[in-house]
Design a protein around this ligand. Structure first.
Ligand SMILES: [Ca+2]
Ligand SMILES: [Ca+2]
Ligand SMILES: [Ca+2]
Ligand SMILES: [Ca+2]
Length: 479
């Protein structure tokens, strides 16, 4: 690293523009007051500020290197493109004005940013175009207690490379289009990798090797990487509440034993196809809880005992898991039974309302449904179709979002039904021999039998029999 730092510093010294260019040339506006002309601003305006000393600089490295800049200071870079390979060798908070428009570009050389002091914060930057050769990329960390937060990190061999580093927090970053998204190497332990979106890295989303033990990898999204996560000679890491969606390979582990769940919950794996009929520590007690009833197997030493049935969406989340109706075709002015299943995926007991609509008409709101954490409820409603004209209806159920809920996509579910004249079973608005044939096929059946057809049970008494045939006969040839 010393060699790296020296090379970068020499390069920077050679590249740094002369100091005279960074002072503004005031000009008079039409009122005679002094102002700053836009052209001068864009050309030489010193955009990097030490917020403690109030001194201004044209490059980030210049601000770091300045003798006035001391440990504990905050450096703010205004938006713009900084073509630098920055070495942070003091305990500084280095902040970009806007993470989309404050860009440090590593010019394909080495690391875009190297952290070699303890207690550094890097926040709110786009970091790009680090070297594509190992080790190189966006951020090199050889440090304790450094925080890398809320950055856009892309390209290069490594998005974030931790070397023998501890108590580092890497959170809320987008890490994409490199080879290794986040690499924990050589005894990098007790680090928190939390809430990052890790996309389209050609080798691994996260890779931990060479005794990088006891890290927490929580609530990250891994998508479209070659391997989502990889462990080699690395154990006792906690992998929890992550979403592994559509990586070429979701994981690779080699001589590693890690924890893929806590006592109740694990991770979401997009190809997991288990059922969720049960709950409990052994997933053998009747009732859905949003956790797959069978473990997700990684290898003989690694398994996620509580795979999530839907992507993790934070601490507060309810969702409708299904909406069914007693029949698909209902005779006008007759009743339709609507069954809604709801699940509380969150950690709190939630109290919420449920509204059921026919197209845009709210039919009924059930208030103050109470659902404990990881518990499900079945709500049954009756819709009296009197007053509704014949035709297609979308029956939808809407569970009102709870406080702090992020994923509201699954708070609505719908189902199509058709209101027709009494006796029409197949929904073509005619009562004729086709309906009689359907009724005949279900004749003498009751609910629970394979041949029972709820649409043929015209009078809703759970039997298909002569009573239904008589109704059909009375309305025969109507349409
Ligand atoms: Ca379950
Ligand atoms: Ca939800
Ligand atoms: Ca018909
Ligand atoms: Ca019947």
């Amino acid at each position: 690293m010393k060699k790296l730092a020296l090379t970068i510093m020499l390069t920077l010294i050679l590249m740094t523009p002369s100091f005279t260019t960074r002072f503004l040339v005031p000009a008079k506006d039409h009122d005679g007051a002094y102002c700053v002309m836009p052209m001068e601003r864009s050309a030489v305006y010193p955009k990097v500020h030490n917020l403690n000393t109030k001194l201004n600089y044209t490059t980030i490295q210049e601000a770091i290197n300045a003798p006035e800049t001391q440990n504990g200071h905050t450096i703010l870079a205004e938006q713009g493109i900084y073509n630098e390979n920055v070495v942070i060798n003091k305990t500084l908070e280095v902040i970009g004005e806007n993470r989309h428009t404050t860009i440090i570009d590593g010019k394909g050389l080495d690391f875009t940013v190297a952290v070699v002091a303890n207690g550094v914060t890097i926040r709110n930057f786009t970091l790009q175009n680090g070297s594509t050769f190992y080790p190189g990329g966006s951020i090199y960390v050889y440090s304790k207690k450094t925080t890398i937060f809320d950055n856009i990190i892309r390209d290069g061999a490594c998005g974030v490379y931790l070397y023998n580093s501890n108590n580092i927090t890497v959170s809320n970053n987008e890490v994409s289009n490199g080879k290794f998204g986040i690499w924990l190497d050589h005894d990098s332990t007790y680090n928190d990798i939390i809430g990052n979106i890790i996309l389209s890295n050609s080798q691994y989303g996260i890779y931990a090797g060479v005794f990088s033990n006891s890290n927490r990898i929580i609530a990250n999204t891994f998508s479209r990487n070659n391997y989502g996560i990889g462990f080699s000679d690395t154990s006792d890491n906690l992998v929890l509440h992550n979403n592994f969606a559509d990586n070429t390979h979701q994981f690779l582990t080699y001589t590693s034993i890690n924890n893929w769940n806590n006592t109740q919950e694990g991770n979401y794996w997009s190809e997991y196809n288990g059922t969720d009929l049960n709950h409990g520590p052994y997933q053998n007690e009747t009732g859905s809880d949003g956790i797959g009833d069978a473990p997700y197997i990684i290898d003989e030493n690694n398994r996620d005992n509580y795979p999530l049935m839907k992507p993790y969406a934070g601490l507060y989340d309810i969702g409708i898991t299904s909406i069914t109706t007693s029949k698909a075709v209902v005779g006008q002015s007759h009743n339709l039974t609507i069954i809604v299943k709801i699940l509380n995926y969150g950690v709190n007991t939630e109290i919420f309302n449920l509204t059921v609509y026919a197209n845009n008409t709210a039919m009924q709101t059930i208030e103050n449904i109470v659902l404990t954490s990881r518990n499900s409820a079945t709500i049954t409603l009756t819709w009296n179709t009197t007053g509704f004209v014949m035709g297609n209806y979308s029956i939808s159920a809407y569970a009102w979002p709870v406080l702090g809920e992020i994923d509201i996509a699954d708070n609505t579910r719908c189902r199509a039904v058709y209101i027709s004249i009494l006796g029409d079973i197949n929904g073509d608005t005619w009562v004729n021999v086709e309906d009689a044939a359907i009724l005949g096929a279900a004749f003498n059946s009751h609910v629970g039998q394979l041949s029972y057809n709820p649409n043929a049970d015209i009078n809703d008494d759970e039997y298909v029999n002569a009573k239904d045939a008589i109704i059909l006969g009375v309305h025969f040839n109507n349409g």
